[in-house]
Ligand binder design. Structure first.
Ligand code: ADE
Length: 249
């Protein structure tokens, strides 16, 4: 069964695609898809670029053109919940588009004609992602020197709601509004809920993991690029490298 690992940006899966055997790079829909085998299993690595449309386009291509039968998103997010700190890992249980608003025709956040605002992560795939993360421990994914440089104290693993929208949240008052409206949201990013919707349409299992690069506040535009360059790839290599061998063939 072909597994796809999807991220928005190259740094979020740096050093993974080069580990594929029989690697072939296929250009499709203005994107490069890395197709190969990971210890014998068919695996694809793909980059969506940023935002919900780009992510949905890439997810549809993974499924329709490349035959992906499970998709795992790995990348960064801004922490929203007070317990979710920079360096922590959030594994999605549900996904919601926080900028979806067709009210008063449909309730706020509901995706019109789906009868729902939230799309659930695949339970089995998510259980394996949680097992991989817990077997590593959030702290073990990052070396001690990087932890010190980024001021990361005892990173933790969380499981809960991830929210997506076409906005990089960089104001504390906007983050506060999101927290008030969606108190169970753990973190905010720009792609996972779109991929969850595409996977729902195709009946393809989906799971997502996000490492927390910033707190979605005025510091986010500084914290995010630094984390992206120095930490994102280290965490992705550790977690995805641990997850792939756990997946059923
Ligand atoms: N991804 C990482 N940080 C983010 C933020 N603050 N807003 C949206 N997406 C993000």
């Amino acid at each position: 069964m072909t597994t796809a690992i999807l991220s928005a940006l190259p740094q979020e899966q740096a050093g993974l695609a080069v580990q594929l055997q029989d690697l072939e790079v296929v250009r499709y829909a203005a994107r490069d898809f890395h197709v190969g085998r990971w210890h014998g299993r068919p695996v694809l690595f793909a980059l969506s670029r940023i935002g919900k449309v780009a992510a949905a386009t890439t997810a549809a291509a993974l499924i329709e053109r490349f035959g992906a039968r499970r998709i795992v998103f790995t990348g960064l997010a801004g922490g929203l919940h007070p317990d979710v700190k920079v360096g922590d890992t959030v594994i999605g249980s549900e996904f919601l588009q926080h900028d979806m608003d067709a009210s008063p025709l449909f309730p706020r956040y509901e995706v019109p004609l789906y009868g729902r605002a939230r799309f659930a992560a695949d339970l089995e795939l998510t259980a394996l992602l949680l097992a991989a993360a817990r077997s590593l421990g959030a702290a073990d994914m990052i070396d001690p020197a990087t932890c010190r440089r980024f001021g990361l104290a005892a990173p933790r693993i969380h499981h809960g709601l991830l929210i997506s929208g076409d906005r990089f949240v960089t104001r504390a008052d906007e983050a506060q509004q999101l927290r008030s409206a969606l108190p169970d949201a753990l973190a905010v990013e720009m792609e996972a809920a779109a991929v969850a919707q595409v996977c729902h349409d195709h009946g393809v299992p989906f799971a997502a993991v996000r490492n927390i690069s910033d707190r979605a506040d005025e510091q986010a535009h500084v914290d995010f690029p630094a984390y992206l360059e120095e930490v994102a790839g280290v965490q992705a290599r550790a977690l995805i490298g641990t997850l792939l061998p756990l997946l059923p063939p």
